[in-house]
Ligand binder design. Structure first.
Ligand code: HEM
Length: 414
């Protein structure tokens, strides 16, 4: 056992691992990698996998380890929440991430045709303009201080995904509320009563996604929904329900994760002021910095798989049907893969080997868009507010969640 581990008063059985506590899980990850790299956790009924090569191997072997339950609520829905959703006509299913081949292969092929680099490139000037406007609004408050999360990171990716899909901009707060409900209902540790308002939000969210599809059939636009509808008309095999489900995914995955990435990027660069100075002097270092943020402080720290047959991971028997938690937040700090893993190093040559976008057939379809927006946000921030630093004396906490590591606040001054 390492000295770091011994200095903590860890629970005996779980090596300090607390599945829903994400503020500072790194010592417990280290202990798990060293002492129990594949650990059964009876609090969440999952095998917890923490070493890089094991996490990657499980992601890669989609036939043995399926993503079919990756979006199932971590705490089963209560009868009343189920009724609210059934009465409201909620039939949404994961757009892609919890679908399996051959269905996944078919839908991903159509989605990839619509989700082209050309669509991102067109968006870059708009992203830059929105970043500029949001930073100017921060400065115009006249307080020389802001919270990056609500003041920049919240709106920027949401406006981008709205433009991509063709959603009116005045719906930001509503869509963010639905997205938060989705993350909470699926990945948080909720009581029955706490589930109900989120269940109501899911009904409204799903009905909205279905309406986007039916509206695009009547009034086509220059957006992704119309592209998907056109592909369907031209003979690609994708149903209206599948397009609406894909939108249901994008209106969540397409901004929540990037809001978090931008927030974490600013936080990491403020804590590591030498890196901040380096990107100001040479903005061509920003893409490397974004990869290092993804490696060391990614938006998603853990993702689920289900064993489709009796299997073995790193010598541990995994019975068919078992749930597996792949802890990317730990894999990305595995010293077997990343030298001096706790150091934030924007020049790290293999930073992009991180697993923060998953790996294999479900590899994040929006990875380029997420990175593009974070790069633009950092370019504009470092140009406009070169003296940016974290507010003194603030200890940034992260919300309780099994998967999504979201800072509660990123207060800055300049
Ligand atoms: C910027 C930060 C982002 C992070 C950290 C992230 C992370 C992830 C992860 C971990 C997965 C699951 C991979 C797996 O199961 O193997 C995933 C899948 C996915 N992501 Fe992202 N994502 C980000 C941004 C985005 C954006 C901007 C979009 C869309 C505009 C997006 C859309 C999707 C979709 C549709 C999938 C499912 C792909 C499939 O199953 O084939 N993501 N992402």
């Amino acid at each position: 056992m390492s000295t770091v581990v011994e200095s903590k008063t860890f629970g005996k059985d779980y090596h300090g691992f607390e599945p829903f506590k994400l503020t500072d899980p790194f010592d417990s990850y280290k202990a798990l990698r060293e002492e129990a790299p594949v650990m059964w956790d009876d609090r969440i009924n999952m095998f917890v996998v923490t070493r890089y090569e094991d996490v990657k191997a499980v992601f890669e072997d989609w036939e043995s380890f399926s993503s079919k339950d990756a979006q199932s609520p971590i705490r089963p829905l209560c009868a009343e929440a189920k009724k609210i959703m059934a009465d409201g006509g909620f039939t949404a299913y994961s757009g892609l991430s919890a679908r399996i081949p051959p269905e996944h292969t078919r839908i991903r092929a159509v989605a990839t045709k619509a989700f082209t680099p050309r669509r991102y490139k067109v968006l870059e000037p708009l992203i830059r303009q929105n970043a500029d406007d949001l930073i100017d609004a921060m400065v115009a408050k006249g307080t020389d201080s802001a919270d990056i999360l609500p003041d920049l990171a919240y709106d920027l990716p949401t406006l981008t995904i709205f433009e991509l899909i063709g959603v009116p901009h005045d719906m930001i707060d509503l869509v963010k509320e639905w997205a938060t409900s989705r993350a909470t209902l699926t990945w948080a540790d909720l009581s029955d009563d706490e589930q109900l308002p989120h269940a109501r939000n899911m009904v409204n969210y799903w009905n909205f996604c279905q309406k986007l599809v039916s509206d695009a059939k009547v009034t086509p636009g220059d957006n992704l929904v119309t592209d998907l509808v056109n592909l369907q008309t031209a003979g690609d095999e994708i149903s209206d329900h599948e397009i609406a489900s894909f939108l249901y995914s994008l209106l969540f995955a397409g901004h929540e994760t990037t809001t978090t990435l931008i927030s974490n990027a600013v936080r990491q660069l403020m804590i590591n002021q030498d890196a901040w100075q380096a990107i100001k002097a040479d903005p061509s270092k920003i893409p490397g910095a974004v990869e290092e943020v993804l490696r060391s402080a990614g938006s998603i720290f853990a993702w689920r798989r289900t064993a489709m047959k009796d299997s073995v991971i790193n010598g541990v028997d995994i019975p068919e049907g078992s749930q597996i938690l792949l802890v990317m937040g730990s894999a990305n700090r595995d010293p077997q893969m990343f030298e001096n893993p706790d150091k934030f190093d924007i020049e790290r040559e293999n930073a992009r080997n991180h697993l923060s976008f998953g790996f294999g057939i479900h590899y994040c379809i929006g990875n380029m868009l997420g990175k593009l927006q974070t790069r633009v946000a950092l370019e504009e921030l470092s140009k406009k507010l070169p003296g940016l630093k974290l507010k003194e004396g603030v200890n940034i906490e992260f919300g309780d969640n099994l998967s999504f590591r979201v800072p509660l606040t990123v207060p800055v001054t300049w």
